[in-house]
Design a protein around this ligand. Structure first.
Ligand code: ATP
Ligand code: MG
Length: 440
């Protein structure tokens, strides 16, 4: 039995016989010739079945788009002008000698995945996920997503962050939030975690630096292009900081290091989307109040409650991109009223030592310095109208002393959405969950 070879190795095998397995992306008939574009995880190559090999390749009669095959073939050089630009294997063609069908569909495909661009609407794309994922351009999203996870992991470890996994089933809906999913837990009620906040803070007070890549559940009835009800958060938390500036500096370092990882390994996938990497220039830090003033001055935009909305975030990103050449911007010092009780207040008491990180017009992270003094924390809980008794376990982290610390929560799917310019965040999830969608 011959050893299977990956398609990316084929160009180095001119004149030799190879054994391949993969999917037939497209079947094309030209008179007596049958052309098959065959793909595997490493790439795609053109295969031709000539009339004189039809006996040993009789199975080709049954081959349709997306039939799964194995084949033995001879690698031939193609004329230079046949080479398609950007195609690794464009310089070669395989003359099939034997062809076997490994698996074929029970039915016709619900969507055509043979064209270079998959032209279907979002619902169709998601309803037929197992088929749409076969499209190389869709796969590219998830190859980059995989690189994001690896890149973030590597970047955090390089800075001596310890990876932790915190529980996603909680006994109470903390942070006073209404956005928790309630679940049945044996004979009790429980809630799905809408952030690893408390546990990662506990982690930072023990390990100094922790990071987590984990599921986040949000029971928010959003109908936007940037919200889903289950996403994967990239969290980080670090102790012995001097202030929130240290947290932003670390997040910037980790982001840039993560994006460099795309440059090393994700070039082919990025090119499929004309996705360009953000320039690594120092990320501007602008106070929220200053950003709101700019919005009014530059765009005539009025704001309410000292808060910035989605449109404002887009405008500020545009402004920063023009003025500083940065695709990122930190907005800092949000009013205390807009931030959770654990946010460290600024000296003036009105603002907080917090930030949002925007990337190409959308918030991708929130973060800040946390309150680490027990008494201050209890007071802050009360000031938000909450009962400290409800936060007993969390308060234990501070009852016995905790170092100054802070951190961030990043949305992984939004990073990929903005990196590739995807219309909806849902395209960056294999099987997204939204208000209407629980399947597939
Ligand atoms: P937004 O204001 O955009 O709704 P948020 O401020 O409520 O987000 P955070 O609690 O700050 O969200 O969560 C940290 C990060 O997690 C966000 O910056 C975002 O990247 C991501 N995120 C939050 N909610 C969602 C969601 N529903 N779907 C996808 N990603 C999300
Ligand atoms: Mg936020």
């Amino acid at each position: 039995m011959q050893q299977r070879m990956l398609i990316r190795e084929v160009p180095s095998q001119i004149g030799k016989e190879v054994f391949l397995k993969g999917w037939v992306s497209v079947r094309r008939d030209h008179g007596k010739l049958v052309f098959l574009d065959v793909r595997d995880r490493s790439g795609s190559v053109q295969v031709v079945v000539l009339p004189n090999h039809l006996d040993s390749c009789a199975a080709v009669h049954e081959v349709r788009n997306e039939t799964i095959v194995s084949l033995v073939g001879r690698v031939n050089e193609r004329p230079a002008n046949a080479k398609k630009e950007g195609e690794l294997t464009g310089g070669v063609e395989i003359e099939a000698l034997e062809l076997t069908i490994l698996a074929k569909g029970e039915e016709d495909l619900p969507i055509d995945v043979s064209s270079s661009d998959l032209d279907v609407n979002l619902d169709t794309l998601l309803n037929n996920r197992t088929v749409s994922l076969r499209h190389p351009k869709i796969q590219a999203i998830f190859k980059l997503y995989s690189l994001l996870l690896a890149g973030y992991d590597q970047a955090c470890r390089k800075e001596e962050f310890v990876e932790i996994k915190t529980p996603k089933i909680l006994s109470s809906a903390t942070e006073g939030g209404a956005n928790f999913f309630k679940i049945k837990y044996f004979d009790r009620e429980a809630y799905l975690a809408q952030s690893p906040q408390f546990y990662k803070q506990a982690g930072a007070t023990v390990f100094e630096r922790v990071f987590e890549i984990g599921s986040v559940f949000r029971a928010e009835p959003h109908f936007t292009s940037r919200h889903v009800n289950e996403y994967v958060g990239l969290d980080g938390e670090m102790a012995f900081i001097e202030g929130v500036e240290d947290v932003m500096a670390m997040l910037e370092k980790i982001m840039f290091s993560t994006f460099s990882f795309f440059a090393l390994e994700g070039e082919i996938e990025l090119n499929r989307y004309a996705g360009h990497l953000p320039p690594q220039v120092a990320i501007p830090r602008i106070r929220l109040s200053e950003a709101l003033r700019l919005l009014k001055e530059e765009y005539g935009k009025e704001v309410e409650n000292e808060d910035i909305d989605g449109e404002g975030e887009r405008m500020i990103s545009e402004y920063v991109s023009k003025k500083y050449g940065s695709d990122f911007v930190f907005l800092t010092h949000y009013p205390a009223a807009l931030r959770p009780f654990y946010s460290m207040p600024s000296a003036d008491g009105k603002y907080t030592e917090t930030f949002d990180l925007l990337f190409r017009g959308v918030e991708i992270a929130s973060g800040g310095q946390r309150i680490h003094e027990y008494r201050m924390l209890v007071d802050s809980i009360r000031r938000k109208g909450l009962d400290p008794e409800q936060f007993r376990d969390y308060l234990d982290v501070f009852r016995y002393g905790a170092p100054a610390h802070g951190g961030w929560g990043l949305g992984s799917e939004r990073i990929i959405q903005k990196l590739l310019g995807l219309g909806s965040i849902k395209e960056a999830l294999l099987y997204p969950r939204d208000v209407k969608r629980l399947t597939p």
